[in-house]
Design a protein around this ligand. Structure first.
Ligand SMILES: Nc1ncnc2c1ncn2[C@@H]1O[C@H](COP(=O)(O)OP(=O)(O)OP(=O)(O)O)[C@@H](O)[C@H]1O
Ligand SMILES: [Mg+2]
Length: 467
């Protein structure tokens, strides 16, 4: 159950929050003044605080300042009826997560609260993982006993002591964000804010203003000055996720902040200075991206000071068993049938650890007893992968299909790609055309004579598909 503390001297407002927000998973607690808020924070440990700026005798901004100096990680959203831009800026400078104007727009407010709670959850994630076995094994909730993961752990330890920029690479679901949070958690900036920005999720035209803020009137919808993430995160750590998707113009601005800590708000001409540590991540191949001129070479060199690469799960199958152990630790499951592990170790995990986590989670839900059985696994994990089945697991390009074939070949030393492919293609063409050799040879792009020779060579017998 999560908790929101509403701080307002107006009892009607507090009641309105309770009525609109309270649910099975969300509890609303109240405070009528700044002093009471400080007491309530100690007792209730809220996940989010909504606080009025003007409350009779006490000033919300002072309380904000006090609360943040007690615990810089507190998530606080300020509310104000008299929206002077100045108070809003003061609020953000003092570390408010955001501010909203009264009268409150309930749907918008709910969305903002959900977003704030999500950040709070993410922030807690690394810290609250309880070590299961020994601390070394389960430190930080990043699990792995394979050699490459041991290297990753060492690097995390090394870079966390410095302010060096780190570039984390790896396929989707390999744990890049987890690594970024672990670096932050161990760094000397651990008690300062950590802000994550997903560059791919924010529309290109808004990203720059999100990062650097904007002045009033910078563009049509800029009705007020807005403080950007870099300014808000002064002293802290910024995680630029999916940096490969950042537009080139924004890349230039990021480079400037990295080089000398300077930037300007969009539409502004005042140069501001910040001290922010940057951790960036991408699931693309940065070198290729640079070669294609989609990523600035100078920014690449500046980011790549330290590189942490997370190999795909299929290249560190040693980690699968420990990960499963970790993922079942808080479930009813006590044992895992050895056959389950065989399936899990054979599967290719294109979605990497995230896919494994989801598969294990689904399995624990359907499992009837305390032992995880093969039947509990999702069908695509249990299904032995044949060459014919592979393209179904592949979306779109020929390139992706070929990549899937190669990964099959790597798993199975006996698989000889070209003859195996040729045989499969011919058998499939015959199946799909109901054995019509003229159609099949057209589909394959070979002559009918060649098709006949191949059928004989491979001794193919095909099924006629009914209907
Ligand atoms: N080594 C690991 N130990 C435990 N959990 C892991 C590990 N690696 C990844 N996970 C879990 O897998 C999921 C995906 O991890 P994360 O979000 O860090 O991946 P990502 O590389 O950022 O993926 P994407 O590129 O899709 O954003 C998360 O739920 C994370 O907790
Ligand atoms: Mg990620």
């Amino acid at each position: 159950m999560e908790k929101i503390l509403v701080v307002d001297d107006d009892a009607d407002i507090r009641r309105a929050f309770r009525r609109n927000l309270e649910s099975d998973v969300l509890k609303v607690v109240e405070a009528g003044s700044g002093e009471e808020a400080i007491r309530q924070v100690a007792v209730e440990r809220p996940d989010l605080i909504m606080m009025d700026i003007r409350m009779g005798a006490t000033n919300g901004l002072d309380t904000l300042h006090k609360l943040r100096s007690l615990d810089p990680k507190l998530m606080i959203i300020m509310m104000t009826a008299y929206g002077t831009t100045q108070t809003a800026i003061e609020a953000m400078k003092h570390g408010a997560y955001d501010y909203v104007l009264k009268p409150l727009d309930v749907p918008k407010l709910k969305a903002l609260i959900e977003q704030a709670l999500q950040s709070a959850r993410a922030m807690r994630q690394v810290v609250s993982y309880q070590p299961l076995l020994s601390k070394e094994d389960y430190a930080e909730g990043i699990i792995g006993k394979s050699e490459p993961m041991q290297q990753v752990f060492k690097l995390i330890g090394q870079v966390s002591q410095s302010d060096a920029t780190v570039l984390v690479t790896g396929e989707s679901g390999t744990g890049k964000e987890l690594v970024a949070r672990a670096i932050y958690h161990h760094s000397k900036r651990a008690d300062q804010p950590f802000l994550a920005i997903n560059c791919a999720a924010i529309p290109e035209n808004l990203l720059e203003s999100e990062l650097f803020g904007h002045e009033r009137g910078a563009f049509t919808s800029a009705v007020e000055r807005r403080i950007g993430k870099f300014e808000q995160c002064d002293g802290g750590t910024i995680f630029l996720d999916e940096i490969g998707d950042m537009p080139l113009a924004t890349q230039a601005k990021v480079l400037r902040v990295l080089q000398n800590g300077e930037f300007q708000r969009v539409g502004g001409n005042q140069t501001l200075k910040v001290d922010v540590r940057v951790i960036a991540a991408t699931n693309r191949d940065p070198e290729k991206h640079v070669a294609q001129k989609k990523f600035r070479e100078d920014l690449y060199y500046r980011l790549n000071v330290v590189r942490i690469h997370l190999p795909p799960l299929r290249e560190r199958r040693d980690d699968i068993a420990v990960l499963v152990d970790y993922f079942i630790r808080k479930t009813k499951i006590k044992r895992v049938s050895p056959k389950v592990l065989v399936f899990l170790q054979k599967h290719d995990w294109p979605g990497n650890v995230r896919e494994l986590e989801n598969a294990v989670e689904r399995a624990t839900v359907v499992a009837r007893g305390e032992t995880l059985m093969p039947d509990d696994l999702p069908a695509d994990v249990r299904e032995p992968k044949t060459l014919a089945a592979a393209p179904e697991a592949v979306e779109g390009s020929l390139d992706a299909a070929v990549a899937a074939l190669f990964s099959l070949a790597r798993k199975d030393a006996k698989l000889k790609l070209i003859p195996a492919m040729e045989r499969e293609l011919i058998a499939r063409a015959l199946t799909e055309t109901g054995g019509n050799q003229v159609q099949a040879s057209k589909l394959l792009g070979i002559t009918r004579a060649t098709l006949r020779k191949r059928i004989a060579k491979f001794g193919i017998e095909w099924q006629i598909v009914a209907g």
